[in-house]
Design a protein around this ligand. Structure first.
Ligand SMILES: *Cc1c(COP(=O)(O)O)cnc(C)c1O
Length: 241
């Protein structure tokens, strides 16, 4: 299958999933995760109409963003970022950073963005499955565990004040290798958490839910995803080191 055929298939499934849950397919944006894939592969996806690309490593992203054809595309940082790399992430010019996972990093993003007279659009990464290996704010049981709720609510309160940051929503990674139907509650939990935060932080507009990858994006769409991050279904297995 060519990349163009893959893109067409993913788009068709996106539409099906949206329609099956009474949503408009326009409400769901496809982010093609191009990590460990070449510029030629990115170009092929762009020619098939993909406008948004996701990368998880800053160095790889920076070299791709330097290519002339990259300027017309929107780039998403989806991987963990160390605090000391915050300045470089701001300078790289991502349209959206999905992986904000600490107040400390938020403060640095805000400061560097402000220095450049910009603001950085971010999503808060939330660990809704409780897996110890995942980054993000722990929220696998925020309805019942006061600590989880309090920590996250305080963090949002602090970050909402930062002048160089635009908090646009939430992102999560589902547990690896489980049946998509088993991940459904994880996606639903993220949406309910967003609804609760939106209810309490009326000055924010938390419209974005980044959830769903190759194995589970249809379920994620049915549960309210507005961004899906799809790698293998578009580009095949990852190749570059
Ligand atoms: C790699 C990656 C994806 C894409 O995964 P696929 O299974 O290839 O679709 C999505 N989100 C994040 C954060 C990733 O690191």
């Amino acid at each position: 299958m060519s990349i163009a055929e893959n893109v067409a298939r993913v788009r068709q499934q996106l539409r099906q999933a949206a329609e099956s849950s009474g949503r408009s397919s326009d409400a769901v944006r496809l982010v093609a995760v191009s990590k460990q894939h070449s510029l030629a592969a990115i170009q092929a996806a762009a020619e098939a109409g993909v406008t948004d690309f996701g990368e998880n490593r800053l160095e790889e992203a920076t070299s791709k963003l330097a290519a002339p054809q990259a300027a017309a595309l929107r780039w998403h940082m989806i991987g963990h970022v160390q605090s000391r790399k915050a300045r470089d992430v701001v300078a790289a010019g991502f349209s959206l950073v999905h992986s904000l996972d600490s107040v400390r990093l938020a403060e640095r993003y805000s400061r560097f963005a402000q220095e450049g007279a910009q603001s950085l659009a971010v999503l808060l990464e939330i660990n809704v499955s409780g897996e110890a290996t995942k980054s993000g704010w722990l929220a696998y049981n925020w309805e019942n565990e006061k600590d989880q709720r309090q920590t996250l609510w305080m963090a949002v309160q602090q970050m909402a004040q930062l002048p160089g940051l635009r908090l646009l929503g939430l992102m999560t990674m589902a547990p690896w290798g489980t049946d998509p139907e088993q991940t459904r509650p994880v996606f639903r939990r993220l949406r309910l958490l967003r609804d609760a935060l939106q209810h309490d932080f009326t000055a924010l507009e938390l419209d974005v839910l980044s959830m769903g990858m190759t194995d589970d994006y249809m379920v994620a769409i049915q549960e309210g995803a507005t961004l899906i991050r799809v790698g293998r279904a578009i580009f095949g297995e990852r190749t570059l080191q």
